[in-house]
Design a protein around this ligand. Structure first.
Ligand code: SAH
Length: 228
């Protein structure tokens, strides 16, 4: 999979993308991430990419021209399955969307700043708008990093034990069961007997029951979505 990211702050990504699972995905050549600095696509002086908003009011808006230049130039060499704009008013990111996007070949992600990007870019280029939650961040970089992480770990071959993602929370609309590791007795707090029974059927049944119990307690809304 190839993910291109359009940003005014490419440096923000060096931390999250250079460790752990994302690093491994890149090393295994299962994922290529290209960072593109929007300022390289502006014809305005001093790398200007934003301007005052029409109608007045506080806050700058990202100008359409540099964005359109960049999107068109990148699209000339890569056929994007989706051009995604990270936005608080977009569709909420969930596991279903992550699963869906993990099967794509090429994605372009646009990170906004200030008051956001000129609406005409959203109308004419963007094919999908994604929010990571009902709160406002100062830029689209952290949301984009969240999206890339959740999608990348689902690309077949990225996780060592390929089946492990299948048992994460939200797959099958259930929360994950509690997990334990050694020692079996820590300060007198015991690991549930089922998990150390050595019987895979008993373990599986316990995990499923705990998943259902936890989902009913914490997120009953997920159980009502079973049919989707
Ligand atoms: N004025 C806008 C917010 C702009 S925040 C509004 O009220 O909707 C600046 C940029 O940060 C946005 O363009 C977007 O790319 C990013 N951003 C902020 N919060 C986000 C969220 N919850 N999900 C995804 N992107 C977000």
């Amino acid at each position: 999979m190839q993910i291109d990211i359009l940003t005014v702050l490419p440096g923000l990504f060096s931390g999250p993308f250079d460790h752990s699972i994302l690093k491994r995905a890149k090393e295994k050549s299962l994922l290529t991430i290209n960072l593109h600095n929007l300022r390289d696509y502006t014809n305005y002086k001093h790398g200007q990419v934003d301007d005052y908003q029409f109608g007045g009011g506080a806050g700058m808006v990202m100008m359409p021209e540099p964005l359109a230049n960049a999107i068109e130039k990148l699209s000339a060499t890569t056929k994007y399955d989706d051009i995604i704009y990270m936005s608080p008013d977009g569709q909420h990111l969930d596991q279903k969307t992550a699963n869906h996007l993990s099967l794509k070949q090429n994605l372009l992600i646009i990170c906004g700043h200030y008051k956001g990007i000129d609406e005409r870019i959203r109308e004419h280029f963007v094919t999908r708008e994604i929010s990571i939650g009902d709160y406002v961040l100062s830029g689209g970089e952290l949301p984009a990093a969240v999206l890339v992480d959740t999608v990348a770990r689902l690309i077949p071959g990225v996780l060592n034990d390929e089946t492990s993602a299948l048992f994460d929370s939200f797959q099958d609309n259930l929360l994950a069961p509690p997990v334990y590791t050694r020692p079996a007795n820590f300060r007198g707090w015991q690991v549930p007997g089922e998990l150390i029974s050595g019987d895979p059927k008993i373990v599986e049944e316990w995990r499923h029951n705990e998943s259902v119990k936890r989902t009913m307690q914490r997120r009953p809304d997920l159980l009502n979505n079973q049919e989707e």
